[in-house]
Ligand binder design. Structure first.
Ligand SMILES: [Zn+2]
Ligand SMILES: [Zn+2]
Length: 816
């Protein structure tokens, strides 16, 4: 044994990192004889600086991947960079550096920061989404979607950020004031021709979570985002006989429709508006167009509207009902027209009362007093028997829905239908720093895909990327000029680039075959490694990346490119590390914690251990700068205990049994906690065991077989959490390199079992029962165990005891 006294992480950490990398310790290769485990952490964006949130998101999953590896799985744990996108372009503009230069300099820096974590990433699999070797295949995937009718071009109103000069997906517009998620500028509406992916074709498929173990919260967010509702599509007609389609979730209330409401943008508005109403209608339309969808739909907002002077015919009873326009009806949801049933819908009720429109009761729930439309105080939305409903009057509530659908279907008035809130995925961006959309427009042949053997469509370096108000690729002198792949005549390239969520929809596949150039991945690699066994990252991606990547997988599966129902079997989300002031970390608040400084001061192992210890991982918590001292102290105590030579004593056999018991109890707990992502109790369990080991050593346990087992198992349990110190102490003890190639120790359940003793239980001094309890049980636990005894409960007759006397290890006397 060499002389070692001081724990100095800044010496040992870089040393082991270099050796692990040099010897390819974490390189994963296909091995059909072993069960694979694909552990994936969400790839970082190339912002330029790794913050403590990255460490929190990545190091506990790294520990778990290491644990899986020690359990014998063939683990692949890759890493890469999400490198295209607006932030790079905006930052580059601000700093006057080319986006490419900025991005690749950031990657260089972040790679070093990532390596300082000591994680088991297989760096030879690194991918960068802005590398032509990568985006060649992003473009190829676009073409596959296009060829299968899942990419299409549509002229439509889009959310436009005037600052970023680009369109935004619905998910990228945030808050009540509808601001850009990147720069906080309020967005405006703009009409543009755009490329969309038909994610709506997969709405039902995306609602099926039966083969994945994902958090309930994520599934709920996706379900609400998809917004599936069952009902009926019904065709009303205007008096001019134009059909007006509506969707309703309550076909049983059709006889109660006393007016219709159209979105101000509905194409029929101009035609049905009576000349006397035109001025008011036009003024209302102008005012509505200035508001956002969110404002218009807000439930607390007073509903306004204008009568068009036009009428529609209710198909079920032939009644003439007035047509209004109101801004709370959106052209982008459903059909842009609704039937209003004020007696059974509160929004319609408020509107009817405000404008003096008829309220007619057509549903009578069993537990509600019959009401009159003219005097009722609120709508009655509950299900109930149909009343005032022509031939369906008297239909019981349970059958009302299906009877109404049967009625309209048999008369050709409409049909059962399903409606979704989900919209198609808008992927066009009028920006430079993205993967060019591989499409060509020819005056004769229209839009055609770039032939696959001409991919990638390279992004030119020599562009005016400084803001000019137009997409940089459109003003490049030559880039957009090409020839039509069909007729060979001059044609122009699409100058829009792709939403970066397209790049991140398939990165997990590129890791499998990072250097392959015959396709995005090699079939054999896919067959062995996919699907992802465990995926970790933030919940903020629930309705964006985590939905897009599922859609992408399912669409490609239907083309025979991917396999299986889902790309990622298990998902776990981490919480958020707040500043010490319990606020979100931000530069302006000055509460940002820099992991680089922490690593320099305490070492990566302490940072890792503290991040695993300080909060339930899925919850997160405020940072504590004194808390990390505790993690550091723990490692120092481990160091001292394991490096300080002590003479072998002559300990009591019971002491050694107790040491083994604690060791295997801890091992059992740590094994369980790794499986279920309870990282905080892993570290606290190891701290407790360490205290027990210090006590045992004082009493002479050092040097015994039991002691040596405890040291060996302790280091193996530490290895995933604090890989450097574990490796160093493992080597110090003369054990074979590397601890990270050792198997996870097996729990000795017999040793872990608590030893039992018999306690006598008395009531008023008389023996009434004998109970079995673990050795070393506390007085409170002994009292609780005694009071739970069936025999004793009889004597207590449900009353609390007057007094309980515990003689540890012997008896409990209950005075009643
Ligand atoms: Zn913006
Ligand atoms: Zn052509």
């Amino acid at each position: 044994m060499s002389e070692l006294t001081i724990y100095n992480p800044t010496d040992i950490e870089p040393k082991w990192q270099a050796r692990w990398e040099k010897e390819g310790l974490y390189q994963a290769e296909i091995d059909p004889s072993r069960t694979k485990f694909y552990a994936l952490t969400m790839l970082p964006y190339t912002s330029g600086d790794l913050h403590i949130g990255h460490w929190y998101a990545m190091t506990p999953p790294d520990a778990r991947a290491r644990f899986k590896r020690m359990q014998g799985y063939n683990v692949v744990f890759p890493i890469g960079f999400d490198a295209f996108g607006l932030p790079a372009e905006n930052a580059a503009i601000k700093k006057g550096i080319h986006p490419k230069t900025w991005t690749y300099a950031n990657i260089e820096h972040m790679r070093k920061q990532l390596k300082s974590m000591g994680a088991m990433w297989d760096w030879q699999r690194e991918m960068i989404s802005s590398d032509p070797e990568y985006y060649r295949w992003t473009q190829w995937f676009f073409i596959q979607l296009y060829k299968h009718g899942l990419a299409y071009r549509k002229y439509s109103p889009v959310d436009w950020c005037p600052h970023c000069q680009t369109t935004l997906a619905r998910e990228q517009v945030q808050g009540e004031d509808r601001h850009c998620e990147r720069c906080d500028t309020p967005v405006i509406k703009k009409e543009l021709e755009q490329w969309f992916f038909k994610i709506t074709s997969y709405a039902d498929d995306l609602l099926d979570y039966s083969t994945i173990d994902w958090p309930e919260r994520v599934k709920t967010l996706q379900t609400n985002w998809i917004g599936r509702s069952e009902g009926a599509s019904v065709i009303f007609h205007s008096e001019q006989e134009d059909p007006i389609e509506i969707f309703t979730t309550r076909p049983d209330t059709l006889w109660g429709a006393t007016f219709m409401v159209l979105a101000p943008e509905h194409p029929l508005v101009q035609k049905i508006t009576a000349p006397t109403k035109r001025e008011a209608v036009d003024a209302y339309i102008r005012q509505a167009s200035r508001q956002s969808d969110i404002d218009r739909e807000a439930s607390d907002k007073e509903k306004t509207g204008v009568f068009t002077g036009g009428y529609a015919i209710n198909p079920v009873n032939g009644e003439r009902i007035p047509i209004w326009i109101a801004d709370y009806v959106l052209m982008t949801y459903g059909t842009g027209a609704i039937m209003a049933v004020p007696a059974h819908d509160q929004r319609d009720f408020d509107f009817a009362r405000k404008y003096g429109l008829e309220v007619r009761v057509v549903i009578q729930p069993a537990d509600i007093e019959p009401q009159e439309g003219a005097t009722m105080q609120a709508s009655v939305p509950a299900i109930g028997d149909m009343v005032n409903s022509g031939p369906l009057t008297g239909t019981p509530g349970k059958q009302a829905f299906s009877s109404a659908i049967e009625y309209i279907e048999s008369r050709g008035m409409g049909k059962a239908a399903v409606n979704y809130k989900l919209r198609d995925w808008l992927i066009s961006r009028q920006r430079y720093w993205g993967a060019p959309i591989p499409m060509v427009y020819c005056q004769t042949c229209g839009w055609n895909a770039v032939p696959e053997n001409q991919l990638p469509v390279l992004l030119p370096d020599d562009v005016e990327w400084q803001p000019t108000g137009v997409n940089p690729l459109t003003i490049h002198p030559t880039w957009k000029n090409t020839t039509c792949p069909v007729c060979g005549q001059p044609a122009t390239r699409e100058t829009d680039t792709m939403d970066t969520f397209m790049c991140s929809s398939w990165y997990h596949l590129r890791y499998l075959s990072p250097n392959y150039d015959q396709g995005p991945f090699r079939q054999q690699d896919y067959g062995y490694w996919m699907p992802v066994d465990n995926y970790t990252g933030g919940i903020e991606h629930a309705t964006m990346h985590l939905m897009y990547t599922r859609f992408f997988h399912k669409a490609l599966r239907d083309m025979g490119i991917t396999k299986g129902p889902e790309p990622m079997l298990q998902l776990r989300n981490q919480g958020i590390v707040l500043g010490e002031d319990s606020e979100k970390m931000s530069k302006s608040r000055g509460n940002v914690i820099s992991p680089d400084e922490l690593v320099a001061r305490y070492g990566a192992d302490s940072v890792r251990a503290y991040l695993m210890f300080f909060a339930r991982w899925e919850m997160g918590a405020p940072w504590s700068s004194t808390g990390i001292d505790g993690a550091y102290r723990w490692l120092r105590r481990v160091w001292i205990l394991f490096t300080d030579p002590v003479e072998k004593g002559n300990p009591d056999p019971e002491l050694l049994r107790a040491l083994r018991r604690k060791l295997h109890q801890t091992l059992k707990q740590v094994t369980h906690d790794f499986e279920v992502f309870e990282f905080n109790t892993i570290v606290s369990g190891l701290m407790e065991l360490l205290n027990e080991m210090y006590r045992a050593r004082e009493k002479g346990a050092a040097g015994t077989v039991e002691w040596n087992e405890a040291v060996d198992v302790y280091l193996r349990m530490m290895a995933p959490v604090t890989p450097h110190i574990a490796e160093e102490l493992w080597a110090f003890l003369g054990k074979p390199y590397s601890i990270h190639q050792q198997p996870w120790p097996a729990v000795d359940y017999e040793a872990a079992a608590d030893e039992l003793i018999t306690l006598i239980v008395q009531v008023n001094g008389k023996l009434r029962d004998r109970i079995q309890v673990p050795v070393g049980i506390s007085e409170q636990e002994a009292e609780a165990a005694a009071l739970q005894s069936e025999a004793i409960r009889k004597f207590l007759e449900g009353k609390p005891p007057l007094k309980v006397i515990v003689v540890p290890g012997r008896l409990v006397n209950i005075v009643v």
